[in-house]
Design a protein around this ligand. Sequence first.
Ligand SMILES: C[S@@+](CC[C@H](N)C(=O)[O-])C[C@H]1O[C@@H](n2cnc3c(N)ncnc32)[C@H](O)[C@@H]1O
Length: 627
Amino acid sequence: MTLTFQEAAQILKISPATVRNWLKAGVLKSTQLLHVKETKKNISSGVLNKLQRGANKHQSRKIHVHAELLSNKSNVTALAPLIEKYGKQKRELLLAVYLRQLVATGLVKYKSGKLVIGARLSAELSEWNISHQSPAFMRMYQSIHSLKADFSDNLLSYLHQSVNETAAKQNLGAYYTPASAVKKALKILDRPGRVCDPCCGSGNFLVEAYRQMKLENWPAAELSVFGYDCDPLAVLTARANLTLVSEGRVNVLKAIQQRDFLLNQPVEEFEYIVTNPPWGSYPSVSQTGRLQKQFSLKKTKDSFSFFLLASLQSMKRNAYGNFILPQAFMNVSAHAEIRRYLFSNCTVHSIEILSEKFSGVMTKSILISLQNKRPSTEHEVLIKSDVHCRVMNEEVLISKDCILPLHNDNTSLKVVREIESLSKCTLKGQSSWGLGLVTGNNEKFLFADPAKGRSPVLTGAQVFRFKQPISQLYCHSDISQFQQAAPLEVYRQSKKLIYRFIAKELVFAIDTKGSLTLNSANVLIPQSKKYSCEFICGLFNSKLAQYYFTKKYSSIKVLRSHLETFPLPPYDEELFVQIEKNVLKLRNSFDQQTADRIDSLIVKAYRLSKASEEAILNYEINRAFNP
Ligand SMILES: C[S@@+](CC[C@H](N)C(=O)[O-])C[C@H]1O[C@@H](n2cnc3c(N)ncnc32)[C@H](O)[C@@H]1O
């Protein structure tokens, strides 16, 4: 049954214009009742965000539904018409909902169509700079007053996030933390002390910290919560949330202040800092330089690193810090400098790979627990993943780039370390590399048919293990006009390796046709007589390589640094020739027996222990990448 726009809008509690937009963006498949109901379900489960993610985030003005911030999911539907109607008056909307929550808790009275605000709250409310008795504001308030919603829920954080435009959120790194991750991070509070969130957003950590303090009967809980944020509306929202949870007992004007925590740190020092700082490169390039100088960093550009260092400066000696960071912290070379700093200067107690998903954020996250004291020489860091393992702090410090093991059980940790210790050679300095093309306009430059002036071009999806890739697309041969291109001779080599750039495993093939590649497929040309194209193809497609790559990086992108630092086995002519011959056999047709043979030969080349050999050969790799 097909509905009119009006009918679909009524069910979804959005305007007919939004129905039209959602159809265009693919968020709503059609106005058939079935699809409308499906989208309604997606709204409440938070799946809607995923569907909306496609757009270019830096320019996006779309509204993301952050259902993960709510305990009562029926509030998503209850608040949808408010967002629709008042989304552009965000500040007024937040204040009106806050006042409604204050009425629900009895802290403000609503009598004969008027709000009666006592002296205790008037200073805080006047900071909003909104005349809350004006007829326009009261009309908004009245429509909220009669709304059937659960006003005890985290509505302000939800609205602050959902109404914030995606581009603005990305610039401030302002994605707030789901409640379960906040609780995990606050498990650290084990004895009375002052807790600070230096970039508190809408105050999720502060509210939960206060709740815990009250539960544990901490003395002076009202004086123990501190928050800062540079976003003035976030500050007002955080204060509102803290007033609600403390029933007005905390002096929120003192506790939460607008402040750029990096440029202007408070004088106070804290016993605990618990936060999810902004991630991503610092928005202003000129300030990045200033912050690098301020924190004596040379290469670091990421906001979270500056926040870690600023937080350490605001932590008392021996104070505890819990930080939610992107998983990339553990193993991406761009974060090597901050890793080295932390492992040299702090006691990192544990790193937990979090299962929580932040809606609108693709990256996985971790929780790092540290203490502001130098690590002892025997100190071990606990890595909490599916299976827990421990690494010596010293071991992290002596490893190149201080890369941390990931998704490791103790066996795979041993195997990875064994591979690294038995091999001294890498491709660095004996290979050349090329990124695939970025045309800037695929519609204009890519074609399905060959013609004069066009060249075959390969994409990642056409690369399968071992098989000569066959292109199904053509592009302008004049690549100088494209946004990104390697020198033409890189693509035109008589023999080169091509690999998928976006993949959880390594997928390599040899191209002998001089094809161009798009940026989903990159180029590697080994330049060593010992490690030939065929050998590297066999190695990187092997079980051993998948084992090492996934256990060490768990990445969805295959970076040049991953491959350039991959430990190569010692040269053994006889063995290498056998591997090369088997690789050549698989060029035209794939057979599992030959692939298994290559796996055994590769393992043999590393001269590993029996236990490691077994772990690798029993490892299941993704066969979808075989042709
Ligand atoms: C990822 S959000 C986290 C908010 C809150 N900690 C939470 O997890 O719910 C990061 C916050 O950092 C704030 N922020 C960004 N740069 C800042 C700075 N230099 N000083 C203080 N706050 C900042 C943003 O406004 C945003 O609210």
